[in-house]
Design a protein around this ligand. Structure first.
Ligand SMILES: Cc1cc2nc3c(=O)[nH]c(=O)nc-3n(C[C@H](O)[C@H](O)[C@H](O)COP(=O)(O)O)c2cc1C
Length: 161
């Protein structure tokens, strides 16, 4: 292998990003959510975004089952929520510890996030250990607040002047 896993991870730590929780609800798995930084816009017309989900993540099964998901961008005070949705708590606890509601067509949306997108899955590509899930945005919700950031393995806050 040209680049080792450690070298790859160390290089990618130089990429600063926001933090989002991807959520889904399905008959088989109930409400589920997981923290991601692998989120990007893809296209404006049609409005497409992508998230990269580890093939071992339970939430990926729920997204596959329902065909819908939401992306919730966390605010700067939601570090603990990010940790819970990254495996720190059971799915039940994750949703018990944060305010949320269902948006059409039945996707959980986190009330305190600064932006939520509800999406329909239009494509799913297997790449290495992950699935690239492409969603068409069906609705957007925007709220006030600063974003939580992630850089070099740690949470950061925006410096504003
Ligand atoms: C800051 C942060 C960013 C993360 N980003 C991703 C990501 O982009 N994709 C991913 O598959 N897992 C990511 N994870 C790990 C998942 O959140 C974690 O494995 C989660 O528990 C898997 O979901 P599950 O509980 O549904 O299995 C991230 C974790 C943290 C703390």
């Amino acid at each position: 292998m040209a680049v080792s896993g450690d070298e790859f991870k160390q290089a990618l730590q130089h990429w600063a990003s926001g933090v989002a929780v991807v959520t889904a609800q399905s008959e088989k798995y109930g409400v589920q959510g997981m923290t991601v930084t692998a989120f990007s816009s893809v296209s404006i017309n049609p409005p497409l975004i992508l998230v990269c989900i580890n093939e071992s993540a339970d939430t990926g099964d729920g997204i596959q089952e329902s065909g819908h998901f939401a992306v919730n961008v966390l605010n700067s005070d939601q570090q603990e929520i990010s940790n819970q949705f990254a495996g720190g708590s059971s799915q039940q606890q994750r949703f018990a510890n944060t305010a949320w509601h269902l948006e059409s067509p039945g996707v959980p949306v986190l009330d305190d996030s600064i932006m939520s997108l509800t999406c329909t899955v239009v494509n799913k590509i297997h790449a290495g250990t992950h699935f690239i899930i492409i969603g068409e945005v069906q609705s957007t919700l925007r709220r006030s607040g600063d974003p939580l950031l992630y850089y070099r393995s740690g949470y950061r806050k925006l410096l504003t002047d």
